[in-house]
Design a protein around this ligand. Sequence first.
Ligand code: NIG
Ligand code: FE
Length: 407
Amino acid sequence: MKLIGPFKQVVTLANLPLRGKLSDEQLEIIVDGGILVNNDKIQQIGNFETLKSENQNIEIETIEGEQIVLPAFVDSHTHICFGGNRANDFAMRNAGKTYLEIAESGGGIWSSVQHTRNASEDELLKTLLERIDFLISIGITTIEVKSGYGLDVENELKMLRIIKKAKEQTKATLVPTCLSAHLKPRDFNGSNQEYLQYVLTEILPKVKEENLANRVDIFIEKSAFQPQESKDFLLKTKDLGFGITVHADQFTPGSSRIAVEVGAKSADHLEATIDADIEFLAKSETVATALPGASLGLGEKFTPARKLLDAGAIVAIASDWNPGSAPMGNLITQASILATFEKLTTAEVLAGMTFRSAFALDLEDRGKLEEDLKADFVTFKTNNFQNILYNQGSLKAEAVYIDGEKV
Ligand code: NIG
Ligand code: FE
């Protein structure tokens, strides 16, 4: 057992509801607090001096200066296993070129597929681990990682095996997701439906056999997969025993409805979601995930997080870190900016990056500082938790703990 503290503020996020709007008055903030850790779990949270006197002769990890602590963040949507770089897409987009012009000049998702296919396994693993280390350094200890730049049996499995290797080499929790239905690859000889059938019969059974992922994602969009074929595909993946998540309503509305109808864990993007579908999502268990990094990367509007929260949805915030639409990777900056545009309270933003995004990944053992939960937390050198969003990502995490140990 070990006592860590004293902290100027312990922001526990305890007792906050899973869904709907939150006010900052609902936040439990323990002043001059401490965290009692037992192995990899939180044993107790409370006043530091009280915990100290109640637990004589235990190890004390003293916190120097004024620091605050909160649950470590959970990034529930990333594409951080990739080869190459799409800075030229970004520059062309900013110079006013269209999606088609960018694709025709060798950019777009297909270019990342080629770079990822051509990259060596060592190179992919190395860059993936570097991105994971960056995320840990900003306080994120649980990271979802998608495939989706392989788009054939060999390369999708290559990506998922690399994610599995990374999982063995990092202390962060990695949650792999199979996104073979990202796009029909240009070298596939057949229709969209035939490609989805190929994913179902050739890729997913092997993913299962090797235990590489238990979640499946699909990009439902005019330029990717159409609503009905996607729904049929998702129902079949569900029959195979996979959890489901969907890239929904990024540019065209309608697919978040499908996500809810098939019982998806989350519907992510939602920049184009219409009011009726906001209501539909809000009545469901499907987490609505805002991806402000994609809005910032593309110069497009933000997910209507305010309306979703007001309607009672479970709203998570994730980075979508990928080489194309969301190259930044700094979830704290992105969430802070989303807060200013969507008028979100600090409590709503913190909940969206912790226990609400953990719920989207079926990880209900984390995201709050509460007894028996995983001892993952992040500290900042400041005396007031409001400074985290106020500084829009430029206040760096001081220390990050995974399973009770500083990493
Ligand atoms: O979540 N929308 C589709 N997929 C990614 C973008 C991937 C890429 O551009 O490489 C996204 O934004
Ligand atoms: Fe994405």
